[in-house]
Design a binder for this molecule. Structure first.
Ligand SMILES: Cc1ncc(COP(=O)(O)O)c(C=O)c1O
Length: 377
């Protein structure tokens, strides 16, 4: 049996007619860039995230970049984040001229380790970007407490955490701003590129709305230098429909994670993801850890089970950041995890037979892990 890593067709087929009808509505009303479909989605998404405001944008990367600009962060400033993330988190910091400063992750939650945060703060630090990696919220209470004491902004990278919770509060609603990506494979995915920023601060929401639209306060009156970071009307319409199924999709992901956890528990050499007692994760990614990761990945692929690696190289070791001078050994937990992470198939529509196949193949391959070269092509 083939088990794909992700199956968007299975997600869209049951709501295909509704999705296509909503796209037709956009076409009929010519509301392609921003406009009423985006505004309606913003209202629904703010309510979903338990925030006063949501601002639709062109991508998650823009959702991270624009609040840094809005807070006046630029050259000479430092912004703290983690090396275990997608490149975009650090890119957004670099793109406003500031310097990314990394803090290692906690080995249980794979998110920013609050115990290591304070020693990374300098007089130049302006903000912290915790990343809710794989759909588990970072330990926000100590992060917010340290930020308050040092007068720092907190921008949550919730690009993988739509609907995840921390002590009953939604991801993205705890810091000054929360950033979401609606890249097609995300828990809430668009039909192309899209993102959003959520916040409880009206002044920030207003600033982001101006920045996303070339700095326009009103048509052709530009009060600042902005960018074109608007969400497409078609994405707003599609996301509004898909948002209705997000809670159900997240619940299915949690059920699949429970099954993986029960079936794979106690296997020698395999570390399962742990759930922090403070949170409700949404398993954008279900990442296990194992020493012979690359061999198992290849052998699973040969047996029809498609897995992934998120991410094979931490950001501080990327060529793009060589200039920071952070070599191997700088962030040992992030580096070890990058060598060991293996993302198993995870999407709401996984069938019981597919789940069972993944489990059986891992159980049969794991004892052979050391000798798996025999399986290599
Ligand atoms: C943690 C994280 N941050 C930022 C981004 C960037 O989002 P986008 O691809 O929508 O620009 C992503 C998406 O891949 C992500 O996973």
């Amino acid at each position: 049996m083939q088990v794909p890593f992700l199956n968007l067709k299975a997600q869209h087929d049951p709501i295909r007619a509704e999705l296509l009808a909503s796209i037709e509505e956009v076409v009929d009303s010519n509301a392609f860039a921003g406009g009423p479909f985006v505004a309606k989605f913003e209202e629904d998404f703010a309510a979903f995230c338990q925030t006063h405001h949501a601002v639709g944008l062109g991508s998650g990367t823009e959702a991270l970049w624009l609040p840094l600009l809005a807070f006046g962060i630029g050259p000479g400033d430092e912004v703290i984040t983690v090396p275990s993330t997608f490149m975009a988190t650090a890119e957004a910091i670099s793109y406003c001229g500031a310097r990314p400063v990394f803090v290692d992750i906690d080995e249980q939650t794979y998110t920013l380790d609050p115990k290591q945060l304070e020693r990374a703060i300098t007089p130049r630090t302006k903000a912290i970007i915790p990343v809710h990696l794989f759909g588990q919220v970072a330990d926000m209470d100590p992060i917010m407490e340290i930020a308050r004491r040092h007068n720092l902004y907190v921008i949550e990278d919730a690009c993988q955490a739509h609907g995840a919770e921390y002590k009953g509060r939604k991801a993205g609603s705890i810091g000054h701003a929360g950033c979401f990506s609606f890249y097609p494979g995300k828990n809430l995915g668009a039909f192309g590129e899209a993102g959003a920023l959520v916040t409880n601060e009206q002044s920030l929401a207003e600033k982001i709305k101006v920045l996303r639209d070339h700095g326009q306060e009103s048509k052709y009156h530009h009060s600042c230098i902005g960018w074109n970071a608007r969400m497409d009307g078609i994405q707003g319409a599609v996301l509004r429909i898909k948002l209705k199924g997000l809670n159900q999709g997240n619940a299915a992901r949690r059920a699949h994670a429970r099954y993986y956890g029960e079936q794979l528990a106690g296997l020698a050499g395999l570390t399962l993801p742990s759930v922090a007692e403070y949170g409700l994760p949404v398993y954008h990614i279900y990442a296990v850890r194992l020493k012979e990761r690359d061999r198992i990945l290849q052998a699973l692929a040969q047996r029809g089970v498609a897995c992934g690696i998120h991410y094979p190289k931490p950001v501080h070791l990327q060529k793009a950041y060589h200039s920071l001078g952070l070599g191997a050994g700088s962030f040992p937990v992030a580096e070890k995890c990058a060598d060991e992470f293996l993302s198993l198939p995870m999407f709401p529509e996984l069938t019981p037979a597919q789940l069972e196949t993944v489990v059986q193949e891992i159980k049969s391959l794991l004892p052979l892990a050391k000798n798996l070269e025999a399986f290599s092509a």
